[in-house]
Write a protein that binds this ligand. Sequence first.
Ligand SMILES: Cc1cc2nc3c(=O)[nH]c(=O)nc-3n(C[C@H](O)[C@H](O)[C@H](O)COP(=O)(O)OP(=O)(O)OC[C@H]3O[C@@H](n4cnc5c(N)ncnc54)[C@H](O)[C@@H]3O)c2cc1C
Length: 456
Amino acid sequence: MPQLLVDQRDVKFILYEQLQVQKLCEHPRFSEYSQDMFDMVIEQARKLAENEFYPANRIGDREGVKFEDGEVKVPECYHKPYRLYCEGGWLSISDPIEVGGQGFPFIIGNAAIEFFSAANWSLMMYPGLTHGAARLLEKYGTPEQQELYMYKLFSGEWGGTMCLTEPNAGTDVGALTTKAIRRPDGNFNIVGQKIFISSGAHNLTENIVHMVLARIEGAPKGTKGISIFIVPRLRYAEDGSLVDNDVVCTNVEEKLGIHGSATCGLSFGDNDNCIGYLLGEENRGMRIMFDMMNEARHFVGMQGLALGSAAYLHALNYAKERLQGVHFTQLKNPEAPRVPIIEHPDVRRMLMFMKSTIEGIRALLYYAAYCMDRAAIAESEEERDKFQGYVDILIPVCKAYGSDMGFRVCEMAIQVYGGYGYCVDCPVEQHLRDCKIASIYEGTNGIQALDLVGRK
Ligand SMILES: Cc1cc2nc3c(=O)[nH]c(=O)nc-3n(C[C@H](O)[C@H](O)[C@H](O)COP(=O)(O)OP(=O)(O)OC[C@H]3O[C@@H](n4cnc5c(N)ncnc54)[C@H](O)[C@@H]3O)c2cc1C
């Protein structure tokens, strides 16, 4: 297969020549790793992405998610790559060994994610959300909560979600109305409706652990009164068996793109039998969620990069093969041979724009990932503050620039393909559709601008 997903030379240039990530191995945290091991990870990610994720991309797009008799089914072709992804430990490639992870630097996991995301973004949504939920438990869960849920999430045995959005609480999360009612046993009954929940219901895993924002009765209005709860679809009964926890999928959205990703309406506690377990302290839900925001927003910037990268490389490959017209120096020569469209200056202009944009986004996102590693292993508070400061200011740019410009690259890829690009048999129209959502979820790009200028 020609290189159609990610430019490996550029990835290695950024990792080893620009950022010199091999020097991370000099730090005690990464002393057991080496550049050879980093290369091996990237090579294995490429193979799994090309051989298993990519073939399921278009089929999954056509087949979509099915919602029948209350059951949500992902495209059949997702099951095998998802299983291989989990078995290979990819879900926790950059998480500590103690939680079942492989302990690689975040930036190396990030490079692997670029390959998987370029091959099949819809499929990547499932482990992506699961990882976010696992990280919340790692940081804020009690030892018991970690034992019950975290390890199963880091391994991918169970799925995870983030449940913020409600019909009248989108950008304005503080307007949410989902209630948490105290129970005598110290836990809470959860009652409310969430919409647009990615991976909210599906048949990839036996159980799904929802991270739900809700307001405890009597808590202050707005974001200050929001708490976060662990709400499993199946909860543990006293005898340790798993029983239904009164979480129902009410609908699955029909969307412009990411057809293989289940975007669900969820109803909690229709029968007053949905138990939520408080994560962290009461009324700290937004703070806790924000803590995970950097990684989540970086991941969405990666969506723009990865889909733009795949669209660019497909267009480049096509431009080398498609014969049309004559070389511009031969316009008046009726005998002139047809040339590949890459010979035409306007097509070259488009390809150069796409290449430089993608390489720029990649440099930006990888640098932000590198700063996360440097902040995590900093040996002084000053050093930590410096790198964390870079992360904080770069994240809204990574998210908004990555998604906006990634989308423009996808649009230009269609232009390079001409009429074929507009037709469903051509891969780049899916890239464009799958990319659009990146500027909307995880805080719209307008909100990223407010974050950058107002908060940072
Ligand atoms: C496919 C998909 C998957 C999703 N996955 C999840 C998920 O897993 N979990 C989850 O909780 N949610 C999820 N969402 C919801 C998503 O995060 C919201 O759609 C998004 O936050 C925007 O909210 P909204 O749709 O209500 O738009 P609105 O908040 O109504 O915004 C509409 C427009 O107004 C602008 N706007 C709103 N308020 C302001 C303001 N104060 N200042 C400036 N501009 C403003 C916005 O930028 C936007 O352009 C998903 C949505 C989709 C479509």
